[in-house]
Write a protein that binds this ligand. Structure first.
Ligand code: SF4
Length: 319
């Protein structure tokens, strides 16, 4: 590990939690930060994913790399096994490059999609550099919680082609309650603004191509019992970034543990989705992706993964 990389992990400020912990000592008696990760890259799954929005998924799937750990750690996380339970294994830069190359060659995925890469940014930047040196210049997607610092995003500017950030909370009390993160609403809006400054909006609406090569698409997961949070989040995005911001509205929420509070113990109700959908239409976003609630209940919720399986996602050609 070269010196700058070592310094990034010795007093970690890779995300706005700015824990300042020495991640090189995690596992050797040292304290971990909020993400729980040491200085070695850990990955839960690498493979084609067919549950992203159509310009990201295409015919052959998005080439996802799911990292272990998360700085936000929302209590309801849909990827609970990897964000909270630490499912995943250590990989080196070369090993991960090899796995990605194999996926690209065998599955013909349309992009390389790093999911929650921020605790491992220094390694991920090296992975992308090695892929490009080897001639793999597929679009690089950074799939993020929205809780990133502008400073770190500037370091990622030459690495990312596409940003897929969430905008989860407009209500700081909710962000405090579910993620111990009361500054999320403002930090994430600044982060998304920086992403748009760098890449613009998802390019498919200008190019007319079916697959995205560059730009930003913001996702919002509607939480059961928290319609007001969604209405305000979508209004804030509209006011900040205007009607051309591509937005993906998601209704897939499912409880992932039995330790959840109040309304989070149930799926989203149809009436809740309808209220949010009506609002988003009324605001006048021009480029919307909408995941309508499935009528079939739990059995038909294809996007809630089980990372203990070789193919964690049901649905799609590999489901
Ligand atoms: S990446 Fe992890 S250790 Fe570093 S600041 Fe964020 S939560 Fe803390």
């Amino acid at each position: 590990m070269h010196d700058r990389m070592k310094a990034a992990f010795e007093s970690c400020r890779l995300c706005p939690r700015a824990c300042g912990v020495d991640r090189t000592r995690v596992g050797a008696g040292g304290r971990a930060g909020v993400c729980g990760e040491g200085d070695r890259m850990r990955v839960a799954w690498v493979g084609p994913h067919f549950g992203e929005e159509p310009p990201i998924t295409g015919e052959n799937g998005s080439g996802t790399v799911f990292f272990t750990g998360c700085p936000l750690r929302c209590v309801f996380c849909q990827n609970y096994q990897i964000s909270h339970e630490g499912l995943g294994g250590v990989v080196s830069v070369e090993e991960l490059v090899e796995r990605i190359v194999r996926m690209v060659e065998e599955e013909h995925v349309h992009n390389v999609n790093f999911v929650t890469p921020d605790p491992f940014f220094p390694w991920v930047f090296q992975v992308v550099e090695r892929l490009r040196e080897k001639g793999y210049d597929l679009p690089v997607v950074l799939n993020l919680s929205g809780y990133q610092s502008v400073e770190m995003l500037r370091l990622a500017e030459g690495v990312a082609d596409i940003f897929l950030p969430d905008y989860k909370y407009s209500d700081s009390r909710l962000a405090a309650r579910y993620a111990s993160c009361p500054d999320y609403p403002g930090v994430a809006l600044d982060a998304i603004g920086e992403m748009v400054r760098q890449k613009g909006f998802l390019d498919v609406f200008e190019t007319g191509e079916s697959l995205a090569g560059r730009g930003v698409l913001v996702r919002h997961l509607i939480l059961p019992g928290h319609v007001e949070n969604s209405l305000d989040a979508l209004s804030a995005l509209f006011v900040e970034l205007g009607p051309d911001l591509p937005v993906s509205l998601m209704s897939q929420y499912r409880p992932r543990t039995d330790r959840l509070p109040g309304s989070l113990t149930r799926p989203l109700a149809r009436e809740e989705f309808d209220r949010v959908y009506a609002h988003v239409e009324e605001l006048g976003f021009r480029h919307l992706f909408v995941q309508f609630p499935s009528e079939g209940g739990e059995e038909e919720a294809p996007f809630v993964p089980d990372f203990r399986e070789a193919r964690p996602f049901r649905g799609g050609p590999n489901g």
